[in-house]
Design a protein around this ligand. Sequence first.
Ligand code: PGA
Length: 256
Amino acid sequence: MRKKIVAGNWKMNKTYPEAIPLLYGIKDNLFRSQNVAGVLKIIAPPYPYLHDFYESTKGIKNFYVAAQNCSSEESGAFTGEVSAAMIKSVGAQYVILGHSERRQYFNESEQDIMKKVDLALKHDLIPIVCTGENSQSRKENRQFEIVSKQLSESLFHLSPEQFAKIIIAYEPIWAIGTGLTATTAQVQEMHHSIRSFIETKYGSDIAGGVSILYGGSCNVSNSAELFSCSDVDGGLIGGASLKAEDFSNIIRSFPS
Ligand code: PGA
């Protein structure tokens, strides 16, 4: 059985006094609901809040904290960078890597993402690796080629044991923050293709076990339909993760 996962990517939003009530709002909302205990809930706040978030959620079943990125270097003179070891040392268990905003605004290459994945695994962090095509590639029907290339270049050097730890997030760039969600047919088709592609390299057991999340304008009104697709194991949520009630309702929207 694959894990069901909902991860909230807060991006560069919320000051500390705003972030704490939002976290408590999410916790309160989830406490009122029994049927989400089996869903893995992950929140990725900005770096400075990681330790506090860890401290205030550590007793809650299946509730974890993630960083939104980590350095591709181990340690040293890299002003402004945050290492995988540091992230692990403040209590985070997951790290989002290769988000399209990192690729686009910070010029992250597959090579950089590969190095980050290796460091994350070395320091016992679980990488949530993002992949997805832009609108031009989708228009040219090159989405499968783009996603396969991203996955093979950043992940296919891993051993089967290492790969089995990875979580994948399919996030078509044209759907991120735009309100333009991919259709369920497009999402299912891509998730199925990702799983088949993984199978060619790692075999059916590993491919069948990897959780593949959808991200890109996933919200309370479309999450139930998206999560009902057979190859969709949850969501990576941006905008809607900044509202306690919406985020909690997305967590509740898996088919029972
Ligand atoms: P969105 O962002 O839900 O606001 O589209 C998703 C993401 O970037 O992870």
